[in-house]
Design a protein around this ligand. Structure first.
Ligand code: ASP
Ligand code: MG
Length: 445
């Protein structure tokens, strides 16, 4: 058996659904289980519709048109799609009347995206002679806690998933399961979501619990690339990458896989393959526990923009242990997460996401320190073999110095696979290109 996961952009319209169906059909002999995201940007559209409903107006026009048009174009019956769209409209009307939306209602609301896409795709597969059946995640064994919008799957899933697909696994039932990504239900039966991009976690959990041969996630690029191709056009696909590197990549700006999605497949050692639906024959990138082939010391160069850099300098004679303890306690108290950090005896430099409101936190840490905030900073990360850090850093700084760029902070983290540098947002793309050129060569220079 294999798991095949397709994201929203692979399902953006009828033509793409046809492509997905033909890829699934071509893999029939491998006994696929399919996991789907919502079509196109449906999750964003649903969240927008929710905002509008809170301010009093109900508008599902775009969502309705996309799904109805797709069903019509694919020549499948609209009954189930219409029923779900009707339920969605009723829910939004309710929200527009009470003018409020809890996290719990928001999860119920966004769940319609995945529930619609699996029904449309399964119906089209069956119509094309590839017998398939749509599953809502809760009928596939996905039970979570009740942390709405960010739910965690419970350990029960490890038994519940194989139980749900026992007949398919044994060959008794031949219909290919097409399962909603991203959603689950808690023990009380209330719909939850696993966080944005959570379909990857659904796919790896399903694959790990069923001990499948391979978990495939299908994208529209050639697997995992050495850099964002919009910044570095000559970026190349990687053959092989470790779970640890993939997890760091996900945290540091690459859209490749949801960070939490590596956990289940690491437990079972199930291989993950990132494939390109526009280049079916290419092998894609394989994610494994331990590298099987020799690799370049630097694998990927990524950047996350719009970070805030805080320089915190102690104003009291606290001693470093007391000072750091005080500072970190305030981050804990305010629930602010830190991305990159460097410390000395009496000072700390760290970056946080600009989306977070820092006013309370800053007031508290200013009791014991001077704080300077610098906005519009980027975290440029080298996913690399940190055992070769001296050579990597030497090359890195030589290249940046040659272009007159001063790095503002550097952190070779606890992770064995990344080194991060902080620079201005305005320099970020340039820095990524310089480093990519330094490590992989620039064909144009
Ligand atoms: N549809 C959800 C999202 O857009 C989940 C996913 O695509 O993985 O975040
Ligand atoms: Mg999506």
């Amino acid at each position: 058996m294999i798991v095949m996961k397709f994201g929203g952009s692979s399902l953006a319209d009828a033509e793409r659904v046809r492509r997905v169906a033909s890829i699934i059909g071509a893999n029939r002999a491998k006994k696929p289980l399919v996991v789907l995201s919502a079509m196109g940007d449906t999750t964003d559209s649903l969240l927008e519709a929710a905002e509008k409903a809170v301010s009093g107006s109900v508008d599902v026009g775009a969502i309705e048109t996309l799904h109805r048009e797709t069903a019509r174009n694919l020549g499948i019956a609209a009954g189930e799609t219409d029923a779900l769209l009707g339920e969605l409209k009723t829910l939004l009307t309710g929200v527009s009347l009470v003018r409020e939306l809890s996290k719990r209602s928001r999860d119920y609301l966004v769940s319609f995206g995945e529930r619609l896409s699996v029904r449309i795709t399964a119906a089209f597969l069956s119509k094309s002679g590839i017998l398939a059946r749509a599953f809502d995640a809760w009928d596939a064994g996905f039970v979570s806690d009740s942390a709405f919008t960010q739910a965690e799957l419970l350990d029960d899933v490890w038994q519940a998933v194989p139980a749900a697909f026992a007949e398919y696994a044994s060959g008794k039932d031949g219909a290919i399961p097409v399962v909603t990504g991203f959603i689950a239900k808690d023990r009380k039966g209330t719909i939850t979501t696993l966080g944005r991009g959570g379909s990857d976690l659904t796919a790896t959990m399903l694959g790990a619990a069923l001990r499948v041969d391979e978990i495939q996630t299908w994208k529209d690029v050639d697997g995992i690339l050495s850099a964002d191709p919009r910044i570095v056009p000559e970026a190349h696909p990687l053959h092989e990458i470790t779970y640890e590197e993939a997890a760091e990549l996900a945290y540091f700006g690459s859209q490749v896989l949801h960070p939490r999605s590596m956990l289940p497949c690491r437990k079972t050692g199930t291989l993950v393959r990132v494939k390109n639906s526009y280049n079916i024959d290419s092998e894609g990138s394989v994610i494994v526990e331990a590298r099987r082939e020799a690799a370049e010391p630097v694998r990927v160069i990524t950047a996350v923009k719009h970070s805030r850099l805080l320089d915190i300098v102690s104003t009291r004679m606290l001693g470093s242990a007391g000072f750091l303890a005080h500072i970190f306690n305030q981050f804990l108290k305010w629930g602010t997460s830190i991305d990159v950090i460097a410390t000395s005896e009496v000072s700390v430099s760290l970056t946080v996401n600009t989306a977070q409101d820092l006013s309370g936190l800053l007031e508290d840490i200013r009791h014991v320190s001077d704080v300077q905030c610098h906005d519009e900073k980027s975290i440029v990360t080298l996913i690399c073999d940190v055992t070769q850090s001296s050579a990597i850093l030497a090359k890195c700084f030589a290249a940046l110095a040659a272009h007159g760029i001063n790095v503002q902070m550097i952190s070779q983290g606890a992770s064995k696979v990344n080194i991060s540098l902080i620079c201005d947002d305005a320099e970020s793309d340039h820095v990524v290109r310089i480093l990519h050129g330094a490590f992989f060569g620039t064909p144009h220079e």
